[in-house]
Ligand binder design. Structure first.
Ligand code: ADP
Ligand code: MG
Length: 493
């Protein structure tokens, strides 16, 4: 539960231009011969999902307030505001051979990169992707880490060509690990619990770096983990390597998260941790944000039936795992009470998560006159036949959900920028500032991306938003973890 915290006075004097609140004109599509009973359902959905400017501003303000509460004390907010122990970001001067290991889902990736400093930059990079066998996802900790270490050992054996390990050094790797971890230093962290279908026995409560190091030892692999990071932090590092103005990173994929550069003075709960740079990266875990979200009956039902009811509400409203499912739930209601697809409700449509976010995104890309692609996706995925009016109605539903998601994500980004500016005047606004974005949803859903950017511009106004660059940083996280291994190399200090 979040603790209500009064916004500090600085919030009220925040320099965002607050022009008189005007509602943007609502365009309601007229769906002439579509089943009339489904139309009120669409209208109600559009009203419930509306994200007018005042609502977006409230979200941004609340995000800033929650961030501050989470920084004050552990457990002080929905937002965990986790210390990453990353106090230095790549500068471009890094040199040498570094590895990265990325474990965050059913695949893991291994990567090596040869860094040549300011002039040569990335001399070469190679990576491999290995899928984790289903039985290992529910086996023992030793089995899982042995499998990972052995794949890594095989990859290391193929090292050659442009990849050169300087004399007297052992190999170092960054470890991107996207599960809940209680980080204790840059190279150690206790697994709180497995998620995303993993239920490996013996790991929770243990230091996962120790688990990996022991497994590498058993494989006879001479390598140490010098940085344990989550994917958001790795994305920030990867983007910063190329662009000094990157201060925030946001992941919008299956789930969502954000991290940013914070000043240590702005972290009251920081005890004992000294940062010689005066800065540290905070992992917000913003998916848990919940204040003031415009939720519908469909969101509430989906949440109630989820494995984590009441949790991750921001994530459930804006991220890729859920957008398609919300649309499906609306379509079921339209079928039940609005006879959208005729007398019967197709069975396939009633299967939870049958409609994926890639499906709704594909439907929105259909520019043909008769919406042929929409028709065939509906038929293939949900087993329904549709006429043009039904297809138009379905696209409107997709757009409503994508628009709400994109705009709320944009408001969340503004919340982070506001928080940074309020606590360190001049760090964000009035000069160029980059937000690095990654994740399949952001990358592959153009309407969502557009809504997100529009919302940021709308909230900030033309002057402030002209300095804010929202930039896709493709696969920055892989190389980002290797760069953080370099930045935190024991051989450099
Ligand atoms: P992950 O978040 O699992 O690490 P990605 O960043 O690749 O992986 O994101 C994958 C997610 O992106 C999918 O679960 C899906 O929700 C979303 N996605 C993938 N392709 C598309 C698409 N074409 N349109 C919209 N969303 C997509
Ligand atoms: Mg990912």
């Amino acid at each position: 539960m979040s603790i209500a915290v009064n916004p500090p006075p600085s919030l009220r004097s925040f320099p965002i231009s607050r022009s008189p609140i005007t509602r943007s004109p609502r365009v309601t599509m007229v769906l002439r011969s579509s089943p009339p009973a489904a139309l009120p359902i669409l209208t109600k959905l559009q009203n419930d999902c509306a994200t007018p400017l005042p609502l977006l501003r409230n979200i941004a303000d609340a995000m800033a307030v929650e961030m501050r509460a989470g920084l004050a004390v552990d457990g002080g907010s929905d937002l965990k505001m986790i210390l990453s122990y990353v106090d230095f970001l790549p500068t471009g001067n890094e040199r040498g051979l570094f590895y990265a290991l990325d474990l965050g889902g059913t695949n893991f990736r291994v990567l090596r990169t040869q860094l040549g400093g300011r002039d040569e930059r990335v001399i070469a990079t190679e990576f491999e992707q290995v899928s984790i066998p289903q039985d290992l996802m529910c086996g023992t900790s030793e089995e899982l880490f042995d499998f990972i270490a052995s794949a890594l050992a095989k990859f290391v054996k193929k090292e050659g060509g442009k990849f050169i390990l300087p004399n007297g050094r052992s190999r170092e790797t960054g470890f991107t690990f996207s599960f809940p971890v209680k980080q204790t230093s840059i190279d150690s962290g206790i697994l709180i619990k497995w998620t995303k279908g993993f239920s490996v026995s013996g790991t929770p409560g243990k230091d996962i770096v120790v688990c990996l190091n022991e497994a590498m030892g058993r494989q006879g692999l001479d390598m140490r983990v010098s940085a344990l990071v989550n994917d958001t932090v790795a994305t920030l590092a990867g983007a910063r390597y190329w662009d000094n103005d990157v201060m925030v990173a946001v992941i919008l994929g299956t789930g969502t998260n954000a991290c940013y550069v914070e000043s240590v003075e702005a972290i009251p709960k920081l005890q004992g941790h000294k940062s010689s740079s005066g800065k540290t990266i905070i992992n917000t875990e913003w998916g848990a944000f919940s204040n003031g979200l415009p939720l519908t009956e469909y969101d509430r039902e989906m949440d109630a039936e989820s494995i984590n009811p009441g949790e991750q509400l921001f994530e459930k409203t804006i991220s890729g795992m859920y957008l398609g499912e919300i649309v499906r739930r609306v379509l079921v209601r339209m079928a039940e009470t609005g006879s959208l697809f005729g007398k019967h409700i197709p069975e396939k449509l009633q299967t939870p998560f049958a409609l994926g976010t890639p499906n709704i995104s594909s439907m929105q890309q259909d520019t043909s006159e008769d919406l042929e692609a929409v028709g065939s996706i509906l038929y293939e995925v949900t087993g329904v036949d549709s006429n043009l009016d039904v297809r138009k109605m379905v696209v409107e539903v997709c757009d409503t959900i994508a628009k709400r998601g994109g705009r709320l994500a944009g408001a969340g980004i503004v919340g982070i920028l506001q928080k940074m500016e309020q606590d360190s005047k001049g760090v964000v606004f009035g000069k160029r500032m980059v937000v690095a974005m990654d994740g399949g949803l952001y990358e592959h859903y153009p309407q969502y991306k557009r809504y997100l950017k529009e919302a940021v511009a709308e909230i900030l106004g033309p002057e402030l938003s002209s300095h804010v660059v929202i930039e896709h940083s493709k696969d920055g996280s892989g190389i980002g973890a290797a760069l953080l291994a370099a930045t935190n190399s024991i051989f450099e200090h």
